[in-house]
Design a protein around this ligand. Structure first.
Ligand code: SF4
Ligand code: SF4
Length: 133
């Protein structure tokens, strides 16, 4: 269900008086980008993801692209940045670890102290260089 649908349902319930809407329900409907496109539009990480995002160590990565292929398209977090660098957008990474299991050289590690992606990085999702389009 899209975030806009949540907002619409909230409006109907409030206007018809069918029932009370809890504070937590409102929070879920308004502030959490649930789908990949919504995460890209809002540039926010889904707040209910408990694991930290992951990051690729360029010092040991051999550019095999296995992480790109194993990241689920609904998450779509791994990108080729330039010609040789693989990069995980932390806002799109749920921490599911599927790429970690696929990496042949153990180059992918948790990134608990992640920082927001730059405008340049946000230009990757949805572009011709987005492998999950
Ligand atoms: S941890 Fe999961 S979501 Fe994050 S980059 Fe790896 S496969 Fe994608
Ligand atoms: S799977 Fe590992 S070695 Fe291959 S591109 Fe990804 S991080 Fe690099």
């Amino acid at each position: 269900m899209s975030m806009s649908t949540f907002v619409f349902r909230r409006h109907v319930r409030l206007s018809t008086g069918i029932g009370l809407v809890s504070r937590s329900w409102l929070t879920v409907g308004v502030s959490m980008p649930r789908g990949r496109l919504e995460r890209i539009d809002s540039q926010q990480r889904y707040a209910n993801w408990k694991r930290s995002p992951y990051a690729i160590d360029p010092a040991t990565c051999i550019n095999c692209d296995a992480c790109v292929r194993h990241c689920p398209p609904a998450l779509g977090a791994v990108f080729n940045r330039g010609f040789t660098e693989l990069y995980i957008l932390p806002e799109l990474c749920s921490g599911c670890q599927l790429c970690v299991q696929a990496c042949p050289v153990d180059s992918i590690h948790p990134r608990p102290e992640w920082s927001a992606s730059t405008a340049e990085d946000w230009a990757l999702p949805g572009s011709h260089d987005d492998p999950y389009r």
